[in-house]
Unconditional design. Sequence first.
Lengths: 417, 224
Amino acid sequence: MLEYGLLIIIIALAIGFVMTWGVGANDLANIMSTAMGSKSLTVPQAMMIAVIFEIAGALLNGAHVTHTIKNGIINTGLLAYSPYTLVFGMLSVLLASGTWMLFASYIAMPVSITNAIVGSIVGFGLIVLGPHAVHWHIVITIAISWICAPTISCIVSYFLFIIIKRTIFNQLSPAKSAHRAIPIYFFIVGMVLTDMTILKGLEHFHVYLSSPAKFFTMIICSLIFAIVGNLLTKKIPFDPTSKRFRQHIYVEKLFSVLMAFTACAMVFAHGSNDVAIAMGPIAAIMSIVRHNGDIANSFPHWILLFGCIGVITGLFMYGRKVIITVGTNITDLTPSRAFAATLASATTVIVSTSTGIPVSATQTLVGGVLGVGLARGIGALNVTTLRNIFMSWVITVPVAAILSVVFYYLLTYLFGA
Amino acid sequence: MVSPFLKLFGRSPFKLLHEHMSTVFECVKTLAPFFTAVLAENWEEAATLQEKITELENKADDLKRDLRLNLPKDLFLPVARTDLLELTSYQDYLANTAKDIAGLTLGRRMTFPPQIHGNIHHLLQSSIASAKQAYRTIRELNELLEAGFSGHEKEVIEKMLDTLHQIEHENDKIQITVYQTLYKLESTLPPVDVIFIYKIIEWLGQLADYAEKVGDRLQICISR
């Protein structure tokens, strides 16, 4: 244990709590917006899904991203003999991203925690430790993924919506075609959900299945899922002689059941990404303090749970209101559109976090929505807002970098390491 | 803080477009009872109906303004913005023409020779029918948006537009018949009256022309 170790940990946890509180209060509402706007979930249902899958995402799939943030971006081996440099560095990273995110929220600028934290870590590494201390290949991979993830999500959702159009809406009888096609979509969502919950969950408890075993578990679970989904959709009353526009309403009702499950995947993706990112610097501080400067050691996984508690507190104190606002205002997003956008972005984020690359869940989801818009599925999209969301990282990264350097020198001046 | 997602979704113009057309059609439709009153020379009734037409035209103008203000340049739409604006303009011409017809007829307390009463009635019915068909097509546009602007819905609209063209063609024929009938009578009527009767017939025919133009614009909108 380092000197003042406990104090440092408490400070780090306090800042971390504020950040995750913000994630729960604001960011989670963005993630839920597609489900809420399409009226697929009631507010209590949305809150429940948010709590369960945010925790599941952070605990089952978050560790990869936390590792990347902790010791993947800067070469921490160089600092084995000066632990305080790294402790102060990570503290300033937390301070910098926290301040910037608070300020950005205040001026209503869309900003992502991913961009802020990665930016401030790179800033700290580059200025304080020197260019050689930064793992540039990882930084470049992350930067590329920030462009690729929304793009991929956009392309996937575009084709997904085109397929939905071809298989259901453009058919002579949309309702009949939907009865045939919906189980397949349930199967696909089932595959994503099985992969992230059951398979990732087993790995977490160190149960490793062979590839064929994994494959069969996935198929069987997805089949069960498709059957359950089918039973749920059967409950929706339908008159086969009804007119076309009634059929469209009916088809959207089917999709809203599907969308409710897709929302789970999106929240899971968010938990495994955003909570894990916020906890990255704290994990680093914990490792250094507990192992006397050795950062490479493992970190206690309860801090991810701690992050979740922050998120949930934010969600219940403030996020509930945001979710209701979003839900009543985005009326243009029908369940079928929301499904295409959300499934595309959830899978993109989950794949990316599984390999340890932190992306922005919000930006990826915006990519998904744009994809549906390009497929002529949405009445009107604000191009200015779209550009602002995507460009926010161009401002966030340098600002967070400069702030973290400033905070670092301030901390060392005050507490003189 | 406002969620960036909330700001991402602009207000869809299609509902407003439908609402506008619905008001326009209501306005054009009122010409039928108006002309019944005019031909019966029931000027009190005609004045009330003329007021109603003007009111509806004003309401349509407000909706048109609302629609235009809600179409800033930085909006990403499934159809071209310029096509939507032109579509609104033609919808608006329909209401304007209806207002002009009612205004002129009432203002001059116009009387029509009994020989063409039937013809005028026929022409009016045909013009209202074309406006109705245009209105129905616009109503179908919301369904087309539901279906992502393709497939079966598109065919439905194409067929409706074919019907609209047929109605307009019929309307042209009726208009020619009215002109011919009036031509035979014109020497027996006060010349100034004749000039304005010709004017009214021309405007009644124009209603169908504008309805057809609404259809044409719509076709351009969806055939991207």
